[in-house]
Design a protein around this ligand. Sequence first.
Ligand code: PAF
Length: 294
Amino acid sequence: MHTMLKPVSPSSLKIFRTVVQWRDFRRTLPPDQPLAFVPTMGALHEGHGSLVKLAGEIAGGGGHVCTSIFVNPTQFGPGEDFARYPRPFATDVELLTQWGAQSLFAPEPEEMYPRSGPAVTVDPGPYGAVLEGASRPGHFRGVCTVVAKLLHIIAPTHLLLGQKDFQQQFILKKMMADLNMPVQVITAPTLREADGLAMSSRNRYLSANERPRAAAIYAALSQAATGIRSGSRSAEAVAWQLQKTITAAGLTVDYAAAYDPTTLEPYVQEITNPCVLLAAARLGSTRLIDNVIV
Ligand code: PAF
């Protein structure tokens, strides 16, 4: 897909490596215009592209679209993929330019965490301990801390997040409401490959043999959503069917069930409105997550 890119002038994307450099530039932007911000860890795909393009619509003619690339060490647990997380910086810069981003904040870890790690961090509360947080202890503390830092540095008016990381956007919205952060959060729909697999930077870990099987998660979620919409309301039956379908494709299910999207509580008996189906499963060494709002 990247080979289809038109050549671009790298000078059309301003790259900032330090907080001081960015803040000097931020002061030159009109204070009364939107600044739409898309934080990423790089290894960009069309899902990020849709967020950057939406940011462009929000910024309009007079505003600004800022992105960041920072593989945040504090949100990876011991034994997770921090060291091998892909870092194709030159390709990412090319893509961001194509998508219309105007600036990129891309600090080194020492710039974000000068004294190795922060002594003061943001507690994600009880929502950080369930689902992804149960499998990845400390993950959402790391996410909340780095996003709080990025918001203080970039000072955007709008923050764009993907729906694929449902729990992440849920917790970050709570953080911003509870800590009175004056930023409007926009959650954009998940982009999918032709077979339904949610686009993710981690999909590039999948082997040729694993890749077709990864689509089983979305197939199971869509099938369950259709069933719920046509009246299947048993939470137990939905969870059982989801787990059976995903397992049959050779994945190891971490969780797959119906949840209340306003509380992240699982439905235990009858599924009522509202409902989100959340799933996480492992395929080889790759952990995949996805969701469908019913
Ligand atoms: O979703 C991500 O890419 C990361 O969790 C984020 C929000 C950029 C924080 O590091």
